[in-house]
Design a protein around this ligand. Sequence first.
Ligand SMILES: Nc1nc2c(c(=O)[nH]1)N[C@H]1C(S)=C(S)[C@@H](COP(=O)(O)OP(=O)(O)OC[C@H]3O[C@@H](n4cnc5c(=O)[nH]c(N)nc54)[C@H](O)[C@@H]3O)O[C@H]1N2
Ligand SMILES: Nc1nc2c(c(=O)[nH]1)N[C@H]1C(S)=C(S)[C@@H](COP(=O)(O)OP(=O)(O)OC[C@H]3O[C@@H](n4cnc5c(=O)[nH]c(N)nc54)[C@H](O)[C@@H]3O)O[C@H]1N2
Ligand code: SF4
Ligand SMILES: [Mo]
Length: 732
Amino acid sequence: MKLQVEKVLRQFDGPLTQDLVLEPGKFGLGHIPAKCQPDSTTTTTCGFCSTGCGLTVHLKNGEAINLTPSSHYPVNLGMACPKGWEALTPLAGPDRATTPLWKDIEGVRHSLTWEAAMKTFTSKFKGIQAKYGPESVAFLSTGQIVTEEMAFLGALTKFGMGLIHGDGNTRQCMATAATAYKESFGYDAPPFTYQDFEESDVLVFIGANPCIAHPIMWQRVSRNPHCPEIVVIDPRKTETAMAATQHYAIRPKSDLVLLYGLANRLIENQWIDRGYIAGHTRGYEGFVDHVSSFDSARIVAECDISADDLERLARTIHEGRRVSFWWTMGVNQSHEGTRVAQAIINLALMTGNMGRPGTGANSITGQCNAMGSRLFSNTTNLFGGRDFRNPEHRQVVAHRLGIGVERVPDRNSSAYDQIIEGIDQGKIKGLWIIATNTAHSWIDQNRLNRILDKLEFLVVQDMYHSTETASRADLILPAAGWGEKEGTFINSERRIGLTKKIARAPGQALSDFSIFKLVAEYWGVGCMFREWDSPEAVFQIIKRLSIGQPCDLSGIANYQMLDDCGGVQWPFPSGSQTLATHRRLFEDGRYYHADGRARFVYEQPRSSGEMVCSEYPFLLLTGRGSSAQWHTESRTGKSDILNKLCPTQLWIEINPADAIRLGIQSGQRVRVRSRRGELLGVAHITPTIAAGQVFIPMHYVMTNRLTYAEVDPYSRQPSYKNGAVRVEKAED
Ligand SMILES: Nc1nc2c(c(=O)[nH]1)N[C@H]1C(S)=C(S)[C@@H](COP(=O)(O)OP(=O)(O)OC[C@H]3O[C@@H](n4cnc5c(=O)[nH]c(N)nc54)[C@H](O)[C@@H]3O)O[C@H]1N2
Ligand SMILES: Nc1nc2c(c(=O)[nH]1)N[C@H]1C(S)=C(S)[C@@H](COP(=O)(O)OP(=O)(O)OC[C@H]3O[C@@H](n4cnc5c(=O)[nH]c(N)nc54)[C@H](O)[C@@H]3O)O[C@H]1N2
Ligand code: SF4
Ligand SMILES: [Mo]
């Protein structure tokens, strides 16, 4: 063990050496050297959104000096959004964490060596576990590190350190879609390929604003040669809604009623595909009964849409030969999001819009590796989409990893919100946060911060020491970021893409992979991870874990193959004969339930726990503000160029009628209050937001002071796009 620790430290204590860069197969450095000649280029995959664009990296002396979009990558076909073009800039941020940092009792930070940091990490967490039990330490991770790192973290914590509870920020984002797919299809399987954007003749976007959040997917829509009908269902007249052919500005959170009403119209008009329903689904008769009470009058009353518009929408779906349904956070982030997602799936099933080009019930993912997190982070599912509670699944995983099956927990982790509650109740005392900025992005922030204060020991592993969460940490572990390490991401269309080391991390920052390796050694479980010696070695382990699962990717030989093929979509089991550039699921109409049939899943709509009232008369929507801003802005905020592409101050979108009533003018300071907190921002008066609603982008730290903490009961995903607020002119 000693030898291993020294090896890791020797490699990363201090700046990287040329030797190290050229030494293949060690901690993220394996793939570059052959191609990394001075003044050469290489390719990589973007580390912001789930589109997963290919980028061409221009290198000088082996280091990136510039980026351009790759013209041959099947995802983006030569295009990139501003974040992709600017992806190198955040690496040079002045607030990069360059050594481990320890906060003393006066709150003063001190640099530590890695060795001291690891000793502190293990002694503190082990001490907490000894005092309060193994479950008193938990972790929160991310959809933004490579799959190999996620898998390492999941195996290390759950099989090595004895943790039960660890969740990811994908809970804030994709949990609803994952839950919906599992129940409906029998597995968490987004079925589409990006070519479907170009092959549909009707595209229906529900709670999705791809012009801002997935601009290159939107570019693919723009390339559609079939003059498609583009339908947007979003309470706001977003950039995407403006570009659509039909926009339905429904009442927020009325989606479930609308979609059941739509299903009812399709049934009443006999605009359904009986053959598909009979051949490939189960539960249709009950669904027909269920939606029968959702008549037009009810839809008009509850959704703010006219009967004519409802009929037009139903007819558009009926007349489309290739209809695709796309949803994102306007659906997932809702108190009943799982059922809304399934209502979308039901529409695709009942109209036979599955498995053919240009069709599908398609959830667009968010972060660059949301799909990797869903399948291989070992948080909500056991590796490969398996179930912790299933003894056979535990046995398979233990066997393939060569560990005792008793090391595999037989319980699911608490979800993110339950981990936070666990801290509040004093059950969780130690928390390790990796690559997510909880203190900014979690819902009902003032309460969250009060709860985080109860922790005995908080470790934050981040690229920057200045994030809202890192600022609260007892120990900061400095992490290398995208571009400073290698591994794979899985994008929205299930494509596994390679990302490479094209820059050196500053100071003593280490890749998350190397940090996990160090933790394993210092925790005393290094011997369990001997085979986990480089990202590519872990990729081979992941392949092994995937065998026999729908996400089987064992046919991908190695990283070189990913590089040569422009990424590979799962499934790709070993022995696969051909590798098509674009593949969709369910072409044979067989789903992953034992009987091969998809399920109709439905339930009565419910009200949210917070409604507008006379004291808080506005409904608050939050979401992405601009294509130049990424989440909590720890990365994009470093770029002068990106900062010029968006307003610098928190802006509040208010309808003109409301503004007149409140005496507010554009550019004036406005105070927004909820039952949980308040913020100040600048009024942006625009008819794109309906009267009685306000929209505030999520990128500003104050936004989540206002949000109302309610989760979908099945996915436990927070409902970020709902809550009652009061708006008033702020005194100067
Ligand atoms: N530039 C940029 N791009 C990003 C990100 C980023 O931070 N910045 N983040 C990435 C991530 S992780 C994610 S998850 C995606 C999110 O991508 P999107 O989900 O497309 O973005 P949002 O703005 O969060 O929400 C989409 C829309 O939902 C609408 N909405 C709100 N409530 C309702 C409702 O009740 N019903 C319906 N039908 N619609 C509603 C909002 O008005 C909003 O326009 O973006 C990804 N891409
Ligand atoms: N009000 C409101 N809140 C929301 C949402 C909303 O729509 N409205 N959307 C939610 C959604 S969908 C999401 S996905 C979340 C996102 O919320 P977060 O995950 O909190 O947002 P990020 O800013 O992406 O945080 C990632 C952190 O990881 C760090 N980091 C980046 N790369 C690396 C790396 O390689 N290693 C390590 N160790 N650190 C790294 C970054 O510096 C940053 O601090 O926000 C959620 N919060
Ligand atoms: S669309 Fe997403 S993946 Fe493509 S360049 Fe922009 S941020 Fe990167
Ligand atoms: Mo997300």
